[in-house]
Design a protein around this ligand. Structure first.
Ligand code: PXL
Length: 286
């Protein structure tokens, strides 16, 4: 079996685990080649830190991928994460150029959380993101992003009926599957919900909730999910693996007296657990 190759576009934030610094090690640990194109270089991410430097690479993105012209390369997946508003249409064109009929396109909208957009984003970003989502097979918004993208009022304690209505609305934008992770619907539980628009079915997975704010866990979930998908797991299995890995990473982080939200979660310590999970699932299947 030949090794799977994934292409990802997201920022490189040097300090504060998120985006590429989470995607590369996680996807590599899953045995998948990760071709990571930084869309911008920041000193640190924009959540929690007071300020940051931002080197925008939007004018380099097409030059980078065009240098690959003439070489043989198939991308089994193209995965987008945090993007600046002006980068979104550029990435949309690049996806059209690089994907073939076997490429899975995963879009993590990555522009909002806790009912608010991240610093520097406005309505224009939502407009552009809706167009990018039209190119995706699978999207993994958090609850806030799902609300912004479906024009549904944000409600932390959304009913199942409303969630299902919203996920169906998101699928109408183009993606076949919509996954929302990190939902706090019931006391002490965190839930991931999947909507498959082809079968018109929902599936759910829950585990014990660790209270608190853990930055970069959306990026960790998306990276693990797509790596596991390329390892041959179904969407539900890949969702469970990603969900459990994020929970392990949070559990390690909580071993610290007072974890600082700026630095993200200690996912590196959970990589051996991730590899064990993957091997166990594979053995269980045999
Ligand atoms: O984890 C999402 C993310 C990624 N990249 C940057 C961010 C954030 C969230 O704030 O600021 C630069």
């Amino acid at each position: 079996m030949s090794q799977k190759r994934l292409l990802t576009f997201q920022d490189y934030s040097c300090l504060g685990r998120c985006s590429i610094t989470v995607a590369l090690p996680t996807i590599s640990a899953l045995g998948v080649e990760c071709v990571a194109v930084p869309t911008a270089i920041l000193s640190n991410h924009t959540a929690g830190f007071k300020s940051w430097t931002y080197l925008d690479l939007k004018n380099d993105l097409k030059d980078i991928i065009h240098k690959w012209n003439g070489y043989k390369h198939h991308f089994d997946a193209i995965y987008t994460g945090y993007l600046g508003t002006e980068q979104v249409p550029i990435i949309k064109d690049i996806i059209d150029e690089l994907k073939d009929d076997k490429t899975i396109v995963l879009v993590d909208p990555a522009f909002a959380d806790f009912g608010k957009m991240y610093k520097g984003f406005n309505e224009e970003h939502i407009k552009e993101m809706k167009k990018l989502i039209a190119k995706a097979h699978i999207i993994v918004p958090n609850l806030t992003e799902a609300c912004f993208l479906s024009d549904v009022h944000y409600d932390e304690n959304m009913s199942d009926e409303k969630l299902e209505y919203m996920m169906k609305k998101l699928a109408l934008l183009g993606p076949k599957e919509v996954i929302i992770s990190g939902l706090h619907q019931k006391d002490n539980l965190v839930t991931s919900i999947i909507y498959d628009s082809v079968s018109d079915k929902f599936s759910r997975y829950s585990s014990i909730l660790y209270e608190g704010i853990y930055h970069g866990t959306g990026d960790l979930f998306a990276s693990t999910f797509i790596g596991a998908k390329l390892d041959g797991f179904s969407t539900l299995e890949a969702t469970k693996i990603a969900h459990d890995y994020v929970a392990r990473a949070i559990a390690y982080t909580l071993e610290e007296d007072k974890p600082d939200v700026c630095y993200g979660v200690e996912f590196e310590r959970a990589i051996p657990d991730l590899i064990k999970m993957i091997n166990k699932e594979k053995n269980d299947e045999q």
